[in-house]
Design a protein around this ligand. Structure first.
Ligand code: GLC
Length: 719
């Protein structure tokens, strides 16, 4: 047994007081070629090698963006069936985006990071920031909507919150993974302008502003190269232009070629199907592209050692920031503070889409016969959905939350439909008699004073779920017909949508109230009940547009090659006109606009003014306007600032979000809102000069309650 003499000096790499870069170089020069190569690949489903001889630990990773996933078996996708790995389920990131509240995003990151730290994870595989391009994408619920500025401003504090726990966040999926259909190989083609103006900004902000410590390559291809080893995306843009100093991890099974993996910016290969020809061979970790095949090329001198040194440096840097950071906190797990954060995000993310005649809020006690209809009132929506699934310590269902608030004796629940179990990768028919459920629901609705229809999508395959896209824009499981029939027997119908995507609403005009709730996690029922009852004044706003019909959406306006592609290639033909950019520019009115969200209060916007009439390109525009809460309850309003350039030399969207801020206002209170926008942020990406340009001339700056509700505008001149 070796006992270190007390006076032995620690090797530099083990000395936490040493600068990380010195520790990296000290460790690197002690390592053999084989040990460096080992760092670059998985040793199990969710861990990669350390250096046992030097006491450099393995890197442990876990999903996901909404909470720490249950422990997975060493070499399978199955749960390891531990008994101490049930976690807090935080709301889906689309809900977080809907809060339009960056400080809440930080609280969220801190809480989920504490749980990851407590579970001894070094990388938490989130956030996902892929842009919402089509309402059919199975994973939109995991992401932050259609606007690059919103996604950027909400991802940065989340990442900072996670990483202050000494856990690396892993912003994903880099890049252009905007659908699940053919995700493993579809070759996405998009213009440079759309790439830089729409699809990269949230990743760029994560790297440059949040200093994210890891990035996950996407499964798909971009301009003919797999994103997990893509020279343009990883070497040029991420590591050279953005100066990313962290680790690029594959998505699980995203590596396909040793030389490309070696030379095109990949650092750690995870989840590969071993020899690349067949599905997972038993413990074929040495067959990984960056394992023995990589070592062989290095030994033969076909690749310089500098290639593996570059990877090893990055991985060591991550290890010294996490597992070997002796200063990092110890985390916390499933505690009241985390539940409180989950509840606040859920409450602030719920969006009141419609509230005719102020049907809502429904004060407890007002009705004695309340119908709660819909499977989503009781279905477990923290499981399923793919890798963001969670094994929760507890969760409050919408039905339980409503029963707690209104009294169980006042509520009758009818499922109305059933969808079958959430099984990854396939649809299992439900066992129940659908007609019987349907008829029972109509009867319950007929005899009620008010109906809360808690439906929407779910985490089943082909719904809001990884691995497949939705097959229809309308509500599944016969809900459209059920809602129509309920309306015939009871007009007092509040539609409570639980989903991560827009859906068709053919009966919207007949509905007095619509509430968009999300996958809200452990506190779902409490948040929904608190908003419906008025205990909480809703303040969420839509992070994506709700088109009336699918073909009103940009991606679905250019045929199959635009979505889902021809199974080999895909062209994002709408280019920069994604979401409200399309609706505004093509004058296609959405059902509900990006940024839309009502309150139980009303807000009066004053005219927007600027501190000057003209600006140089280096200056900052100081915007001012008053905002008054003319309602009778305290509330919060996410004000939005959009810019337009009416006479640009290139096509530009009719307007683009340039700032937002959530303003808390007491009933009757007026505040003066002051928001600054850098002139350089009005730029467009000039694909001719590969630079960002602000053209001299007239711009229009507007304040708005949503992309569909501009309150006032002011002209400025850029000289
Ligand atoms: C999945 C997902 C990715 C996840 C990873 C590990 O396929 O695409 O988001 O983090 O594999 O589960």
């Amino acid at each position: 047994m070796i006992i270190m003499p007390l006076n032995a000096t620690k090797p530099v790499y083990q000395d936490n007081s040493q600068p990380i870069e010195k520790r990296v170089e000290d460790a690197l020069q002690r390592m053999t070629l084989e040990e460096k190569v080992k760092l670059c690949t998985a040793q199990s489903k969710f861990s990669s090698h350390g250096v046992p001889r030097l006491g450099i630990p393995e890197v442990w990773m876990s999903d996901g963006p909404h909470g720490v996933r249950a422990e997975i078996e060493w070499n399978s996708w199955s749960h390891a069936r531990w008994t101490n790995d049930s976690s807090t389920a935080f709301p889906a990131l689309t809900c977080l985006a809907a809060t339009f509240n960056p400080s809440l995003a930080h609280d969220y990151g801190v809480a989920v990071g504490e749980e990851a730290r407590y579970r001894r994870k070094d990388i938490l595989l989130g956030p996902g920031v892929n842009i919402y391009r089509t309402p059919l994408n199975g994973r939109n619920f995991e992401y932050m909507g259609e606007d690059p500025l919103l996604a950027s401003r909400m991802a940065v504090p989340y990442i900072q919150g996670v990483q202050q726990n000494g856990v690396a966040a892993c912003v994903k999926h880099f890049a252009l993974n905007n659908q699940e259909e053919w995700r493993g190989h579809i070759n996405v083609n998009v213009s440079d302008r759309a790439l830089y103006e729409i699809y990269l900004p949230a990743f760029k902000a994560s790297v440059e502003d949040a200093k994210v410590w890891s990035v996950m390559g996407a499964y798909n291809q971009f301009r003919g190269q797999h994103c997990c080893h893509n020279d343009l995306l990883l070497n040029k843009i991420l590591k050279q232009d953005w100066k990313f100093d962290g680790v690029v991890v594959t998505d699980w099974g995203g590596a396909h070629d040793t030389r490309q993996a070696a030379l095109n910016g990949l650092d750690i290969e995870m989840g590969s199907y071993t020899n690349g020809l067949t599905s997972e061979a038993e413990f074929g970790y040495n067959d990984y592209f960056l394992a023995d095949p990589f070592l062989a090329l290095l030994r033969k001198g076909e690749l310089p050692v500098s290639v593996v040194d570059e990877k090893a440096r990055r991985i060591l840097r991550l290890i010294f920031r996490t597992a070997m950071n002796a200063e990092r906190p110890f985390g916390r797990y499933v505690c009241a503070d985390h539940s409180a954060t989950a509840l606040r995000v859920a409450e602030e993310g719920i969006v009141l889409l419609k509230n005719r005649h102020n049907l809502l809020p429904v004060q407890p006690g007002k009705y004695k016969r309340i119908a709660v209809i819909g499977e989503n009132a009781t279905k477990n929506l923290t499981e399923g959905g793919g890798s963001s699934e969670l094994k929760v310590k507890y969760q409050v269902s919408p039905l339980e939350g409503l029963q707690k608030t209104y009294g169980a004796e006042s509520i009758v629940h009818a499922m109305g439909y059933s969808s079958g179990p959430s099984v990854y990768g396939r649809v299992e028919e439900p066992a129940e008699d659908q007609q019987k459920l349907f008829d029972e629901a109509i009867e319950v609705a007929r005899n009620a004073e008010i109906v809360f229809f808690v439906g929407g999508l779910n985490k089943n395959h082909y719904q809001d779920c990884e691995g497949g896209d939705r097959q229809q824009f309308g509500l599944p499981f016969n809900q459209e017909k059920l809602i129509s029939e309920i309306l015939k027997v009871n007009k007092n119908l509040v539609l409570v949508l639980v989903s991560g995507n827009a859906v068709a609403m053919p009966w919207e005009k007949e509905l007095p109230a619509i509430v968009q709730t999300w996958y809200l996690g452990s506190e779902s029922g409490n948040a929904i009940a608190n908003v419906l009852s008025g205990k909480v004044n809703p303040s969420g706003k839509l992070p994506f547009s709700f088109p009336v019909k699918l073909t009103d959406n940009a991606a679905h306006s250019f045929g199959a090659l635009s979505y889902p592609g021809d199974s080999i290639n895909q062209h994002y033909k709408e280019d920069i006109l994604v979401g409200y950019r399309w609706h505004d520019t093509k004058k296609i009115k959405p059902l509900f606009a990006f940024g839309h969200g009502l309150s139980y209060s009303k807000y009066e916007y004053g005219k927007i003014t600027t501190d000057k009439k003209s600006y140089t390109k280096e200056e900052v525009i100081k915007l001012t306007f008053t905002l008054k809460n003319t309602g009778s309850v305290d509330g919060a309003e996410a004000v939005q600032i959009y810019s337009s350039q009416p006479r640009a030399s290139v096509l530009r969207p009719q307007k683009e979000l340039k700032a937002f801020e959530k303003i808390q206002l007491k009933a009757g209170e007026t505040k003066t809102v002051e928001i600054a926008v850098n002139v350089k942020d009005l730029a467009f990406y000039n694909d001719k000069t590969q630079s960002w340009d602000v053209e001299a001339g007239e711009f229009i700056i507007s304040n708005a309650a949503s992309a569909g509700d501009v309150k006032s505008s002011v002209k400025i001149l850029i000289r």
